[in-house]
Ligand binder design. Structure first.
Ligand SMILES: O=P(O)(O)OC[C@H]1O[C@@](CO)(OP(=O)(O)O)[C@@H](O)[C@@H]1O
Length: 477
């Protein structure tokens, strides 16, 4: 029997109440923080069992065949979840289904506690017609159940399916369970018996989460004096071209953001503040947005680091996310200090963040669902605005490149890390504690242990579109 903390977030609610969106966001947030998390959708197992395209009558409580097959799907999803906990040493699983009756919840509660897993029920209640309508449209557009179906037919079918659930739906009143009820996307929260730090962390994230679509813009500061000298860190002034970017920014922002009530966030370093200087919007400085602290390497070029600290240089190549500069930070540390920024971003919209290569990489990875391994290699070019539009099932990206030249500070991942080469050549890389940066233990929790609750004149613009969809096979039952 496992002694590690294991939590199952059990989603509860009628169809079209945003459960899958919430499940996916929690999964993304915890994974970003370094907590092993996986989502299990009963709908996915149902489709494996009986195929997609079942009519609404399949979900009728009086349809005994449908009921039996839905129970089989729930059992298969539960079994997959239990074996994932054991096999992967997972910490948080999300059980995404309607789980809309007391009987189903009692069964889940029994199965989970018996397997030493704490259930945390997350119920999404939504009575606002507009919100339900938007969720329905999302499901009809993205669910494999409605793929290739005429939209009017799909809409009718989905409405009937929801009605089939309404009759038997019982809101959570089981006060011996840990649960959180989210009412009308943030208008009310009911929290019961939330037990420990990690559960309270999940609840804290949920109460910050807004389900409406929104836009966020990121820009690095204009090119700095250090950028042109290939020096890292520091608090350098903008270069001539960096100042030109700062000059052109207000116009570009106004054209793309229009008259939305924008707020600009910068770091506390000169290069971001100078870049934002001409923007006519309220501004806020965040220390948390400051660039990755490069410790003893601050102000050096990469060549100087390779010469003076060859081991560090090699070890960073080997594991860039976990490598911590001597006396400085790792990307893992930066993720942790950016968590409050992410919480604020979940609550607000129309924010332009002017920050740095590493800090933007960390926030961008959160929204675009990029793994820790790939995060430090995300391309965040200078003199470019990145727009992210987050919807229920996707995060769309557009890039607006300003026509002011800048150096390219991107360093690709080496195909054979230097440390491997050194090892191959038989040169033992000494592990000299205190004399070298460290690689954090990837299994070490990323969270603190104390509880925290509650070139031409006219800018040329090029657009690149990408999106990070939420897996369609994870639609709720
Ligand atoms: O993690 P890598 O890719 O080395 O890059 C992060 C670096 O980006 C830089 C530029 O190379 O950011 P910035 O432009 O904000 O100065 C360095 O200061 C910082 O150390």
């Amino acid at each position: 029997m496992s002694t590690n903390l294991r939590i199952a977030c059990v989603m509860v609610g009628l169809p079209a109440r945003g459960k899958t969106y919430i499940a996916q966001k929690v999964c993304r947030y915890l994974t970003w923080l370094g907590i092993k998390t996986e989502s299990f959708s009963v709908a996915n197992y149902r489709r494996k069992l009986v195929g997609s395209g079942q009519p609404a009558s399949f979900f009728d409580i009086h349809n005994s065949t449908g009921l039996k097959q839905r129970r089989e799907a729930a059992t298969a999803a539960l079994e997959a979840m239990l074996s994932w906990f054991d096999r992967e040493k997972g910490t948080v699983a999300i059980f995404d289904a309607t789980n809309s009756t007391k009987e189903t919840r009692a069964w889940l509660n029994e199965q989970l506690t018996r397997n030493n897993i704490q259930p945390l029920f997350i119920e999404s209640i939504c009575e606002v017609e507009d919100m339900i309508g938007a969720n329905m449209l999302d499901v009809q557009t993205h669910s494999p159940d409605y793929k290739n179906m005429d939209p009017i037919k799909a809409s009718k079918d989905y409405e009937t399916r929801i009605k089939n659930y309404v009759g038997s739906y019982e809101t959570i009143t089981e006060d011996n369970y840990s649960y959180v009820k989210l009412v009308n996307s943030g208008s009310q929260y009911i929290i019961n018996l939330v037990q420990d730090y990690l559960e309270s962390r999940i609840v804290y994230y949920l109460i910050n989460l807004q389900t409406r679509p929104k836009r966020i813009w990121f820009s690095r500061h204009g090119e700095s004096q250090f950028n042109i000298q290939d020096r890292i860190g520091g608090d350098a002034e903008l270069s001539e071209r960096g100042r030109q970017y700062a000059k052109e920014l207000p116009d570009l922002v106004a054209r793309n953001i229009g008259d939305r009530p924008l707020v600009v966030w910068t770091s506390t370093l000169k290069r971001t503040i100078q870049t934002a200087a001409g923007l006519p919007y309220p501004k806020k400085q965040w220390k948390a947005l400051d660039e990755l602290d490069t410790g003893v390497c601050d102000g050096m070029t990469y060549d100087e680091i390779a010469e003076k600290y060859p081991e560090d240089y090699a070890r960073r190549d080997e594991d860039k996310f976990n490598y911590r500069y001597r006396g400085g930070e790792s990307y893992r540390d930066v993720v942790l200090r950016l968590e409050p920024v992410i919480m604020e971003l979940e609550q607000h919209e129309n924010i332009l963040i002017i920050a740095h290569q590493a800090t933007i990489r960390c926030m961008y990875a959160f929204f675009m669902n990029i793994s820790h391994e790939k995060l430090p290699y995300a391309r965040i070019p200078l003199h470019t605005i990145i727009e992210l539009k987050t919807n229920a099932y996707s995060c769309e990206e557009k890039q607006y490149k300003v026509g002011v030249e800048a150096v390219d500070t991107y360093r690709p991942k080496p195909s054979v890390p230097l440390i491997k080469k050194l090892k191959e050549q038989g040169e033992a890389v000494r592990r000299n504690e205190g004399a070298s940066g460290e690689i954090a233990d990837a299994s070490e929790p990323i969270l603190p242990l104390s509880p925290v609750l509650p070139a031409n004149k006219k800018p040329s613009v090029s657009r690149i579109q990408k999106s990070a969809p939420i897996k369609p096979d994870l639609m709720s039952a």
